[in-house]
Ligand binder design. Structure first.
Ligand SMILES: [Zn+2]
Length: 164
């Protein structure tokens, strides 16, 4: 466990993972990034800018354009400290998470575990999977967080309802 000030703040952030602001759009920060990535072609026409109050946010995923993909992220000082993309199928009662990423100063402070636990709490009874395989460095993490979880975050293709 990190004992740096960044680590302390990240752990406090992890403890508040249940306080999430939801939006059916991108945040301002993400829109700015989209605009940069597309050379200004996309991101500019979005009619409204969202500035979410909560440090935990749930917005559309721009990394994954497919239907239903959302991004759960945590912010410190206006920057993303953690983010994970996810999608859920109500018919299958199953969820998929992809590419959880914690910025280095905030790693090993429980942000990813807290975010995944919160997503499970919001979808009781769901089984959870990942789309990609687990690269070696991430394997202990997935073994730990998936131990008592239906599905265990094992690799599995999207169900037909989401794979459009
Ligand atoms: Zn399904």
């Amino acid at each position: 466990m990190s004992e740096t000030p960044a680590g302390e703040r990240a752990r406090a952030l992890a403890a508040g993972a249940g306080q999430v602001a939801f939006a059916q759009r991108w945040t301002h920060r993400r829109r700015t990034l989209v605009r940069r990535l597309t050379g200004g072609r996309l991101g500019r026409a979005a009619p409204e800018v969202v500035e979410l109050e909560s440090p935990w946010q749930d917005t559309l995923s721009f990394e994954r354009g497919g239907e239903g993909w959302r991004a759960r992220s945590a912010n410190l000082d206006g920057e993303e400290a953690f983010g994970v993309d996810y999608n859920v199928c109500r018919r299958c009662r199953a969820g998929w998470v992809e590419q959880p990423f914690t910025y280095p100063p905030y790693q090993r402070c429980g942000l990813a575990s807290a975010a995944l636990a919160q997503l499970r709490a919001e979808h009781p009874g769901y089984a959870w999977f990942t789309l990609g395989g687990h690269e070696h460095p991430a394997r202990p993490f997935w073994d730990r967080v998936g131990a008592a979880v239906p599905g265990g975050y094992r690799q599995r293709a999207l169900c037909p309802h989401l794979d459009t």
